[in-house]
Design a protein around this ligand. Structure first.
Ligand code: NAD
Length: 468
């Protein structure tokens, strides 16, 4: 069985101990990941710190060129990485799956290469010389989840490197192999120590969040872990970007045509099997088109093939891990027991793998876990409402505030209502459309700070004012 290695200081570093990474489609071992210790984290941080003076002193154009070289390396190795990603994550090669994720990773890298943070001049005259400089923080620690492991690693790593930082990256224990391999490929086009990739192990995450040699943590994961990260980082006063859980609401207004919006609603909710932070997780539909919307969604769901992601005809794969499978199936069972109607799905097939069918749940209400908490899986509760003001209030009655959407045939009304959603992004007639040139982040318990665009790049810097 292939043993994967860490990359520290430009060299491949083997661990003394390893753990198995399983294919969620069939339970087979995909490979062995190194078990990272606190001492490994120390070594990676030391390598990053050693590389920092030269890397941060490079002209911006040279760092932009290095980011473009990373994008070229991603492109050249995309198929190998996509295959490995499908085998350990479960998402299909096709559709909005692994190849799509690799394409996104390359696109984000190229766009990030193209942005810059020039010196801002406040005053340049005989009375004063005042400039604002954006300087790198030093070492950025990146901690990533298992749902979009490569894309999210790129979202952390590339802006950090572009801004002049050096990085230590730690993937999730569920999907470390594709990140270890991608890291090896990317580190090879950078000076040694600029990008270091460790793996998981009980000590690894806490060792990073408390490490005095790390100046900032970019964390994407659950709200519960985000709280631990913030608390652990407090002692050393680290900068933080926290991209946490979501429970995004979509509101379908009277006057919509259910047949026209069904596909957008479906993929807004079921992209990556619902295992997406800013997926649509609660759908509020007006009484006047409730039944028609349910019917249109069921009809669309029946056209989507689910199965092993290595089979190119499939558009959705298994749930990624046992814990998540149990959570989703438990929430669906509880909703059914509480009186919700399962329109399609709701019963897992026998056989290997964590397969769970596309599940649409009518007559769902607040008070059911599947509405109140983030399900993070292929099950969508559809909630009936009769008053738009009431729907907005119910959408906002959540500790989360990542995304939200308004579905309407009246653009002016849609924009007015979108601005009243308590969410980092409010989409209109779509859900989850993210772009590298548009800042993205959560409010309330969905996070702190933003990623992407100039604003995301700025979060990888500290400000220094030169004042004469
Ligand atoms: P998780 O919180 O369980 O794990 C995330 C990462 O944190 C993993 O690498 C894990 O090993 C690490 N970790 C665990 N305990 C730690 C500790 N004490 N200190 C430091 N690191 C620790 O999340 P997950 O299950 O991998 O991912 C799913 C969650 O991520 C969902 O809630 C989803 O909404 C969220 N998410 C958010 C965004 C966003 O942009 N807001 C994007 C993707 C996923």
């Amino acid at each position: 069985m292939k043993k994967y290695a860490m990359t520290i200081g430009g060299r491949s570093v083997n661990a003394s101990d390893h753990f198995e990474v399983l294919n969620p489609a069939n339970g087979e071992v995909v490979g062995l990941a190194p078990k990272t210790t606190a001492a490994d984290v120390d070594r990676a941080v030391a390598a990053a710190r050693a590389a920092f003076p030269a890397w941060s002193a490079k002209p911006s154009a040279e760092r932009a060129a290095a980011c473009n070289a990373m994008a070229d390396a991603l492109k050249a190795n995309a198929e190998e990485l996509a295959q490995l990603l499908t085998r350990e994550q479960g998402k299909p090669l096709s559709g909005l799956g692994s190849r799509f994720e690799l394409g996104g990773a390359e696109g984000w890298t190229r766009y990030t290469a193209s942005i810059d943070l020039p010196v801002e001049v406040i005053q340049h005259d005989d009375n004063a010389w005042i400039e604002v400089h954006h300087k790198p923080v030093g070492v950025v620690g990146s901690i990533t989840p298992w749902n979009w492991p490569l894309m999210i690693a790129i979202w952390h790593v590339v802006p950090a490197i572009r801004a002049g930082n050096c990085v230590v990256l730690k993937p999730s224990p569920y999907t470390p192999l594709s990140t270890l391999r991608m890291g090896e490929i990317l580190a090879a086009v950078l000076p040694p120590g600029v990008l270091n990739i460790v793996s998981d192990g009980p000590e690894a995450g806490p060792a990073m969040t408390s490490h005095p040699g790390i100046g900032k943590i970019s964390f994407t994961g659950s709200t519960a872990t985000g709280r631990k990260v913030m608390s652990s980082a407090a002692e050393t006063l680290k900068r933080l970007t926290l991209e946490l859980g979501g429970n995004d609401a979509g509101i379908v207004l009277p006057g919509c045509d259910p047949a026209k919006i069904a596909e957008g609603l479906f993929w807004g909710a079921f992209i990556n099997n619902g295992q997406t932070c800013a997926a649509l997780k609660r759908l509020y539909v007006h009484d006047s088109l409730y039944d028609a919307t349910c019917e249109a969604l069921v009809a669309f769901a029946k056209t989507v093939p689910v199965g092993d992601g290595l089979d190119e005809k499939n558009l959705l794969g298994p749930i990624q891990n046992r814990m998540q499978f149990d959570k989703v199936s438990g929430m669906v069972d509880a909703a059914r027991a509480a009186g919700a109607r399962i329109l399609t799905g709701g019963v897992a097939p026998n056989g290997p793998g964590f397969f769970y069918p596309i599940t649409l749940i009518a007559d769902a209400t607040e008070g059911m876990d599947i509405v109140d908490r983030e399900q993070f899986g292929p099950a969508l509760p559809i909630i009936r409402y009769s008053n738009v003001e009431d729907a907005i209030a119910r959408a906002n009655a959540s500790e989360n505030g990542l995304g939200g959407s308004i579905w309407s045939s009246d653009p002016k009304q849609a924009r007015a209502l979108a601005s009243r959603l308590e969410s980092g992004t409010a989409w209109i007639n779509k859900h989850g459309d993210i772009r590298p040139d548009v800042p993205f982040g959560g409010v309330k318990a969905s996070g702190i700070g933003v990623e992407f665009a100039r604003q995301g790049l700025e979060e990888n810097t500290v400000i220094q004012v030169i004042h004469q």
